[in-house]
Design a protein around this ligand. Structure first.
Ligand code: FAD
Ligand code: NAP
Length: 304
């Protein structure tokens, strides 16, 4: 029986583990992939205080390193269900059952699909959701990036070091991304914009060769050649396994209060998986710190 089981080893989960372990709790960190979460998918993090610029994987490593020394158990596996048994929680994983007095959900979010013909068929054959992973395979290509948020603009800038050109296809005439990223993209000669435009189809036999684009104002449809397309149209919460607890909103984000408590006593949620406005590394670690501390309080109060 763990005092605290944390599901997901992104920045939120790793910080929750740090705080819970420093309160002397018996802590396990369950991770289905590589510790670091979404930080592993970005090359430069420029808005984490203390570092002018640090690569995502390096920051991930720095967050993970101290946990072992503090006695946090790192478990490989995927949470599939959580049952509230009152004084403890039972967590079904793909590798068996775990029990813990408190659970901190830190499973973040996944990239959303565009949902157009050709996307699934050409996935990994010119369709990508990760510029850091795949960008180097697209040297001297004309690329397209779909979306207008931080991810689309930041990753479009990243891709210009390999690509001949990058066209950002956005459904409106204004970007959602932070001003600093917008300014950088507007100043980059390799970046072009297709405003008020949506993707109707991704075409290619064995690899992406072109995209069918539609101007939403005029209705005009055209085909534009492209060697690859990177899709950044937002994120969906990873929370299916918590469905039965009744703690999700209608889009699947976990509802918590300011103490990271859900409506189920002893179950907390932190980071991107929470219903919140600003999804960043800084806000994820802030949530993690609060939940680590709250788990300790919950356990001491219930043991008195
Ligand atoms: P995540 O980082 O998503 O981690 C969740 C972890 O949970 C993952 O490791 C996953 O494998 C694991 N997991 C999921 N389901 C299960 C399960 N069922 N069982 C076990 N484990 C599971 N923010 C910034 O502040 N600065 C940036 O420059 C920046 N750049 C970004 C670039 C991109 C392309 C993207 C997509 C995001 C970027 N962000 C940036 C946002 C930032 O990465 C996230 O806000 C942050 O990583 C959220 O942390 P998290 O711990 O909540 O979730
Ligand atoms: P996001 O902020 O939700 O932006 C998604 C973009 O895709 C929006 O511009 C949206 O258009 C567009 N879009 C959504 N559905 C679409 C569809 N079906 N077809 C076409 N376009 C569609 O997602 P994100 O950019 O991935 O960012 C996610 C979170 O991570 C944010 O909190 C962000 O701040 C954070 N992040 C931070 C950094 C950083 O700090 N440097 C970097 C990356 C990500 P509209 O604008 O019209 O809604």
């Amino acid at each position: 029986m763990y005092d605290t089981l944390i599901i997901g080893a992104g920045p939120a989960g790793m910080t929750a583990a740090l705080y819970a372990a420093r309160s002397n709790l018996k802590v396990a960190l369950l991770e289905a992939g590589i510790p670091g979460g979404q930080m592993n998918n970005t090359s430069d993090i420029e808005n984490y205080p203390g570092y002018a610029n640090i690569s995502g994987p390096e920051l991930a490593e720095k967050m993970f390193e101290p946990l072992e020394t503090l006695g946090v158990e790192h478990l490989f596996g995927r949470a599939e269900n959580i049952v509230d048994q009152g004084s403890y929680k039972e967590i079904t994983t793909d590798d068996g059952l775990l029990q813990a007095k408190t659970v901190i959900i830190a499973t973040g979010s996944n990239h959303r699909l565009l949902g157009v013909p050709g996307e699934e068929e050409l996935n990994s054959r010119g369709v990508s959701y990760c510029a850091v992973c795949d960008g180097a395979f697209f040297r001297d290509e004309d690329l397209m990036v779909v979306g207008g948020g931080d991810s689309a603009v930041e990753e479009a800038i990243f891709l210009t070091q390999f690509a001949k050109s990058v066209t950002i296809v956005h459904r409106r005439d204004a970007l959602r991304a932070q001003k600093v990223l917008q300014d950088r993209a507007f100043a980059n000669e390799k970046i072009h914009f297709a405003w008020n435009t949506v993707v109707e189809e991704i075409k290619g036999d064995n690899r992406v060769t072109s995209l069918v684009l539609k101007d939403v104002q005029t209705g005009e449809v055209r085909e534009q050649a492209a060697g690859g397309v990177f899709i950044y149209v937002g994120l969906d919460p990873v929370s299916d396994f918590a469905q039965d607890l009744g703690i999700l909103d209608d889009q699947g984000w976990v509802i918590t209060d300011d103490h990271m408590k859900t409506s189920v006593p002893g179950v907390f949620a932190v980071g991107d998986v929470r219903q919140k406005d600003l999804r960043q590394v800084t806000t994820a670690v802030g949530d993690g710190a609060v939940a680590g501390q709250e788990a300790y309080k919950y356990i001491t109060e219930h043991e008195e």
